[in-house]
Design a protein around this ligand. Structure first.
Ligand SMILES: [Zn+2]
Length: 62
Protein backbone atom coordinates (compact mmCIF):
# COMPACT_ATOMS: atom_id res chain seq x y z
CA UNK A 1 0.00 0.00 0.00
CA UNK A 2 2.71 2.46 0.96
CA UNK A 3 4.80 1.57 -2.06
CA UNK A 4 1.89 2.09 -4.40
CA UNK A 5 0.99 5.51 -2.94
CA UNK A 6 4.57 6.72 -3.02
CA UNK A 7 5.13 5.59 -6.58
CA UNK A 8 1.99 7.32 -7.74
CA UNK A 9 2.86 10.59 -6.01
CA UNK A 10 6.38 10.77 -7.43
CA UNK A 11 5.23 9.84 -10.93
CA UNK A 12 2.79 12.76 -10.89
CA UNK A 13 5.40 15.24 -9.72
CA UNK A 14 8.00 14.18 -12.24
CA UNK A 15 5.44 14.19 -15.02
CA UNK A 16 4.57 17.81 -14.13
CA UNK A 17 8.04 18.88 -15.23
CA UNK A 18 9.48 22.39 -15.50
CA UNK A 19 7.47 25.20 -17.10
CA UNK A 20 10.53 26.79 -18.65
CA UNK A 21 12.15 23.53 -19.76
CA UNK A 22 9.35 21.08 -20.54
CA UNK A 23 11.74 18.81 -22.39
CA UNK A 24 14.10 18.35 -19.46
CA UNK A 25 14.25 14.69 -18.46
CA UNK A 26 16.11 14.01 -15.18
CA UNK A 27 16.23 10.31 -15.90
CA UNK A 28 18.02 10.77 -19.20
CA UNK A 29 19.95 14.02 -18.73
CA UNK A 30 20.69 14.08 -14.99
CA UNK A 31 22.04 17.28 -13.45
CA UNK A 32 24.13 17.98 -16.54
CA UNK A 33 20.94 18.71 -18.49
CA UNK A 34 19.84 21.55 -16.19
CA UNK A 35 19.78 24.84 -18.09
CA UNK A 36 21.29 27.95 -16.42
CA UNK A 37 20.91 26.61 -12.87
CA UNK A 38 17.13 26.33 -13.06
CA UNK A 39 15.83 25.53 -9.56
CA UNK A 40 12.79 23.67 -10.84
CA UNK A 41 14.88 21.36 -12.99
CA UNK A 42 17.24 20.89 -10.05
CA UNK A 43 14.30 19.86 -7.83
CA UNK A 44 13.17 17.40 -10.49
CA UNK A 45 16.60 15.80 -10.59
CA UNK A 46 16.57 15.52 -6.78
CA UNK A 47 13.15 13.88 -6.82
CA UNK A 48 14.36 11.43 -9.38
CA UNK A 49 17.49 10.56 -7.38
CA UNK A 50 15.52 10.20 -4.13
CA UNK A 51 12.92 8.05 -5.82
CA UNK A 52 15.63 5.59 -6.85
CA UNK A 53 17.17 5.69 -3.37
CA UNK A 54 13.84 5.18 -1.59
CA UNK A 55 12.85 2.45 -3.96
CA UNK A 56 16.09 0.66 -3.11
CA UNK A 57 15.29 0.96 0.62
CA UNK A 58 11.70 -0.22 0.20
CA UNK A 59 12.47 -3.21 -1.95
CA UNK A 60 15.69 -4.10 -0.12
CA UNK A 61 17.54 -4.73 -3.36
CA UNK A 62 20.86 -3.10 -2.59
ZN1 LIG B 1 13.82 24.32 -15.75
Amino acid sequence: MFQFNYKLKVAERVKAGCNRHPRYNPEREGRGGIKSGCSTCFSLSLIYIRRGYLWTLLTGSF
